[in-house]
Every structure is written in structure tokens, then in C-alpha cells.
Write a protein that binds this ligand. Sequence first.
Ligand SMILES: [Zn+2]
Length: 125
Amino acid sequence: MSSDLLDAAALRQACTGRAATPCTCALGACPGWESFTEDRWPGPSVQRLGTLRDPAVDEPTLQEFHPGGTRYGSPDAPLALEFFPCNRCDAYACNRCGRTLLRYTEYGGYYVDHRVREVDPKQVV
Ligand SMILES: [Zn+2]
């Protein structure tokens, strides 16, 4: 099923038309892939928009995209959909604050780590 795969244009589109107001949901500000626990995820008020993970790719690359010298957690790092970690994210819309959110889960040997970042459409490449 690839019908819910979002490309850059679709992701930018998802951010338009809704004013991003200061967030009132439990996640708080998340400009740079914040780690969060599942109990902070505002489940009922977020709507899943689709995925950025291409089902045709078995193992998405772990390579990151930082042409401007940014790092993984930089709030100004580009959101490069074909690179890590966007390439394993699902996209959500928060109905409370109007933000578009990307989330994915890192699996370590003994832990899972949920990460979230809010989408600034200007950073989508
Ligand atoms: Zn919110």
C-alpha cells in the first residue's frame, strides 16, 4: 500500500492553511527531533496524514543531509525526505495547535526511543 506516501510537495501542502499557533499539547516545542514518551503523544488530537517511508525501499539509508553544516538535532536542519531520519517518519497533524509533526521510533538493543519534530514547510527539501 503506497497510497499514503507523502512527497515534499504533499508535506508542504499539509502545512498550509492552518496557522501554527503556540502549542498547547503535551509535546511542547519540538524543533529538533525531541525524544518523547508515548504518554506525551497527544493521540486523540492528532491525525495521521501519511508516511514518508517509501515502501519500495527495504532499508532506508541512515545517511543524513546537512549541506549547511547543521546536525541531527539542529532546529534549522533541512527536512530531507529521502535521508535519515525523515525517511522513516510518519506525518501527523495536530488539531489543537495546527502543527504538522513527523515522528519515528529508534530501536536500540534494549530500548525504543520515540522522536518527534515539527515541520517548518520552508525546511522541507
Ligand atoms: Zn499540538
